[in-house]
Design a protein around this ligand. Structure first.
Ligand code: NAD
Length: 269
């Protein structure tokens, strides 16, 4: 057991953090060696298993990422963009594989992550599930097969606590549609329509976001033509799908060359 790669989970008390810790407990490929939360959090200094209402796991929650990462071979990170950028530099320093699930990353965050990936393995994906990564591939293929007479609309739904929109997954799907069409997403993207918007512009890729309740994540990619419509849909009902993908990426990244990878690399699709 002791020779398994050591795993640190950041954002330990979060929805994804707790799911990861539960799954890591039954993994035969990784062992949990550390948990990080933000300074001042109620869980700091306490055993993470007890914080989650279960038996002690022998791992205390810390607000010192540097200390935690020093004993890790993998850091799995579903937190916030600012925290993720800080963790990318520290994980690279510790030569630990950094798996990034955090979404809402802006270009300046991405540049810092890119810099960290010169020294360490980073696996980053706006969605870590097998189903969504397949949906991305399908979206690209369908967009490639159809011309701009087919309007592309991406509709996503998430729980009421989600802070960014469109979701990271919706953007991945939009990027796939743009790639299939041979256009850039920045130019084709239209989101948050409201008021007198005018008729739909040919060739654009539209985004709509629904927020409510405890919805884990739903994505429709609609290709709307004259007299017919294709809808590609993924429904996530359990966030364990993201956590399983992230842990798989943490194992896959061991011993790889430094650089940035995504779930397509991990899943080989
Ligand atoms: P959450 O709010 O439940 O959890 C985030 C946790 O990060 C919180 O516990 C918070 O205290 C902690 N945190 C914030 N700053 C920190 C810091 N500096 N140091 C340590 N901990 C810090 O959110 P969530 O639903 O678990 O989602 C987290 C992120 O993951 C979001 O960006 C979300 O969109 C993304 N997400 C991605 C996928 C995927 O497959 N890529 C799936 C689900 C969620």
């Amino acid at each position: 057991m002791d020779d398994l790669p050591g795993l640190v989970v950041t954002g330990a008390s979060g929805r994804m953090g707790q799911t990861l810790i539960r799954l890591a407990g039954s993994s035969d490929k990784l062992r949990l060696v550390g948990c990080v939360e933000r300074a001042g959090h109620l869980w700091i200094g306490r055993d993470v298993g007890e914080c989650m209402g279960g038996p002690a796991l022998g791992v205390k929650v810390t607000d010192d990422p540097l200390e935690a990462f020093a004993k890790a071979q993998a850091v799995v990170d579903f937190t916030s963009p600012a925290a993720t950028v800080e963790f990318a530099a520290l994980a690279a320093q510790a030569r630990a594989v950094h798996v990034i699930g955090t979404t809402g990353l802006e270009p300046d965050h991405l540049a810092k992550i890119e810099a960290a990936s010169r020294h360490a393995v980073i696996v980053r994906a706006g969605n870590m599930s097998l189903g969504v990564n397949l949906l991305v591939r399908l979206t690209q293929k369908v967009a490639q097969a159809l011309d701009a007479d087919w309007d592309v609309e991406i509709v996503e739904a998430h729980h009421r606590m989600k802070v960014d929109a469109p979701s990271g997954t919706a953007l991945m799907l939009g990027q796939a549609a743009a790639d299939g069409r041979g256009v850039t997403l920045d130019e084709a993207k239209v989101s948050g329509r409201d008021g007198i918007t005018g008729a739909r512009e040919r060739g654009t890729i539209g985004f709509s976001a629904i927020r409510g309740g405890d919805i884990v994540g739903e994505h429709d990619v609609i290709f709307a033509g004259e007299g017919e419509r294709i809808v590609l849909r993924h429904l996530a009902t359990d966030r364990a799908i993201f956590a399983r993908g992230a842990l798989k990426a943490a194992v896959w990244g061991q011993g790889r060359k430094p650089g940035q990878y995504d779930m397509m690399d991990v899943l080989g699709i």
